[in-house]
Design a protein around this ligand. Structure first.
Ligand code: FAD
Length: 419
C-alpha cells in the first residue's frame, strides 16, 4: 500500500486547484482520476457546448486565461486544453485511469482502494463534482418503452436523436440550450418549465457576470445571504456562451417557435400531464431579474459609472403563451424523445465513512467534514456563491489547504471561523 500526505479523488478543476494549493504548501499528495484530466468535459458534454462563463472568469490558483479573447467562451476542446495545461504547469501528481473503489477509515487516516492498487493517507479530499449524476425523476419509469429517454451527459447533438418531436424537461442552462439546438434542427420541441433563473447575457453594455463579479455577488459567503439553504439550492443560471454574446431565455425560445408548458407533473405510457404553473415560475424569475437589474442600476449610480456604460434597456417581461397545454399524448404529437434536464445529484457508493446524510449528500461545513482530515470541494455554494464554477474553486481550495496544514489539535476550533 502506497502512503502519502493527502489523496484527492477527481481530476477536474476542483481536484487540480486543490493539488496546486497543496503543492504550494509542500504537502505530498496524489490526485486519483478514473478517466483523464477534465474527464467530464471530454465525455459528458454535448458537441456544441461552450462555457457560459467568459474566458476571463476561469481563474485558478496560479493560472488564468492567456488567449486573445478574454470576453469569449471556451469550447469543450479548449476547456480540456486549459485544464490539461494547468495540470502541466505545476506537474500535478495525477494518476489517470485510476478508479477509486472504496474509502474506509484506517487508523488516523483513510485506506483508498482503487483498481490500480491501494493508498493510505491522513487526508482525503473528495473532488468528484457537483454535477455528478443526472437526476431523473422516478416517474420516468412510467414512460412507454418506445420513447427514447436521454440525460444531458448522454446528449451529443440533434443528429444522434431519432426522427420526430422532442420533449425537454427542465429550463435551466442545459435544458434551454438543448431545446434551442434541437429545434433549430427542424424538430418540434416542447419545454416543460420549472424553477429557473432568467438572466440576460449582457446588461448596459457589459457581460452580466462582469456585473455580478464587480458587485461582489459571486464571492458572497453563507454569512452574506439571507437564507443559505435557499441560496444553495438555486437553479443554474439560464445563460449561454456564444460568439455573438446573445441572450437565450424563454421569451427567445418562444419567439423561435418552441412550445412552453408548466412543470411535468405526471405521466403514464404516452400520456403526459403538466402543472398549471408556467405563469408562476416565469413571473417569479422575471421579478427576481427585475430586482437584480435595479440593483445593478443603483450600483452604477452609486459608483458614478453612468458615463462609462450603456443606458438601461427597458425590461421586457415574459409574455405568456395562450393557451399552453396541460395534457399531451406523446404518440399523437409525434414526440419520440424525452430529455431529462432536471439537474444533478451526487453519489458516493465507494465512501465507507459515516459523513453522508439520508439523501446521500456529504455533511460538511464549508467543505470540512466531521471526519478528521476528510474534505469535500467543488459543491454548489460550498464556501462562496461561485464555489462550483471554474473561477470559484480556487479560493475554496486555498482555504481548505490552509485548514489541512494546521496542527490537527487545532482543526476543530478553526472549523467555526473558517465556515
Ligand atoms: C453542462 C454543464 C456546463 C457547465 N458550464 C460551466 C461554465 O460555463 N463555467 C463554469 O465555471 N462551470 C460550469 N459548469 C459547472 C462546473 O464547472 C462543472 O460541473 C465542472 O465539471 C466541475 O468541476 P469539478 O472539478 O468540481 O468536478 P468534475 O469536473 O465533475 O470532476 C470530477 C472528476 O472526478 C472523477 N471521479 C468521479 N468518481 C471517481 C472515482 N470513484 N474515482 C476516481 N475519479 C472519480 C470524474 O471522472 C471527474 O473527472 C458546468 C456544468 C455542466 C454540467
Amino acid at each position: 500500500m502506497k502512503r502519502t500526505g493527502a489523496v484527492i479523488i477527481g481530476g477536474g478543476q476542483a481536484g487540480l486547484a486543490m493539488s496546486r494549493c497543496l503543492c504550494d504548501r509542500s504537502v505530498e499528495h496524489v490526485v486519483l482520476e478514473r478517466g483523464r484530466i477534465g474527464e467530464r468535459w471530454r465525455s459528458e458534454r454535448w458537441d456544441s457546448l461552450r462555457l457560459l462563463t467568459p474566458n476571463w472568469l476561469s481563474r485558478l490558483p496560479g493560472w488564468s486565461y492567456r488567449g486573445t479573447d478574454p470576453d469569449g467562451f471556451m469550447t469543450m476542446p479548449e476547456v480540456i486544453d486549459y485544464l490539461q495545461g494547468y495540470a502541466q504547469s505545476f506537474r500535478a501528481p495525477v494518476e489517470e485511469l485510476t478508479n477509486v473503489l472504496s474509502v474506509v477509515p484506517d487508523g488516523d487516516g483513510y485506506r483508498i482502494t482503487t483498481d490500480q492498487g491501494a493508498w493510505w493517507s491522513k487526508n482525503l479530499v473528495i473532488a468528484t463534482g457537483h454535477c455528478d449524476t443526472p437526476y431523473v425523476p422516478p416517474i420516468a419509469r412510467k414512460l412507454a418503452n418506445d420513447i427514447i429517454q436521454l440525460v444531458p451527459t448522454r446528449y451529443r447533438s440533434p443528429d444522434h436523436l431519432p426522427e420526430g418531436a422532442v420533449l425537454v424537461v427542465g429550463a435551466s442552462a442545459s435544458g434551454i440550450q438543448m431545446a434551442e439546438e434541437i429545434h433549430a434542427s427542424g424538430r418540434p420541441v416542447t419545454v416543460a418549465v420549472g424553477r429557473h433563473t432568467r438572466l440576460p447575457r449582457r446588461y448596459r453594455g457589459r457581460d452580466i457576470l462582469w456585473w455580478l463579479e464587480l458587485m461582489g455577488l459571486l464571492d458572497q459567503t453563507p454569512a452574506d445571504v439571507y437564507d443559505f439553504e435557499i441560496s444553495r439550492e438555486q437553479p443554474s443560471l439560464q445563460l449561454v456562451g456564444r460568439p455573438d454574446h446573445g441572450t437565450l431565455d424563454l421569451p427567445m425560445l418562444q419567439r423561435q417557435g418552441v412550445r412552453l408548458t408548466g412543470r411535468l407533473l405526471d405521466l403514464q405510457g404516452h400520456a403526459v400531464r403538466f402543472a398549471d404553473d408556467l405563469v408562476g415560475y416565469t413571473a417569479a424569475a422575471d421579478a427576481k431579474l427585475a430586482v437584480l437589474l435595479r440593483r445593478i442600476d443603483n450600483f452604477i449610480a452609486k459608483k458614478g459609472l453612468d458615463d462609462e456604460v450603456d443606458e438601461p434597456a427597458p425590461f421586457v417581461p415574459f409574455l405568456w403563451p395562450s393557451p399552453w397545454p396541460e395534457e399531451i399524448n406523446l404518440q399523437t404529437e409525434g414526440i419520440r424523445t424525452v430529455v431529462w434536464a432536471t439537474g444533478f445529484r451526487r453519489r458516493y457508493p465507494w465512501l465507507k465513512v459515516p459523513v453522508l446524510d439520508d439523501r446521500g449528500e456529504i455533511v460538511h461545513r464549508g467543505g470540512i467534514t466531521a471526519a478528521p482530515g476528510l474534505y469535500v470541494i467543488g459543491l454548489q455554494f460550498l464556501r462562496h456563491r461561485k464555489s462550483a464554477f471554474i473561477d470559484g474553486v480556487g479560493r475554496d481550495a486555498a482555504e481548505l489547504a490552509e485548514h489541512m496544514c494546521r496542527p490537527s489539535f487545532r482543526r476543530g476550533e478553526e472549523m467555526e471561523c473558517l465556515t
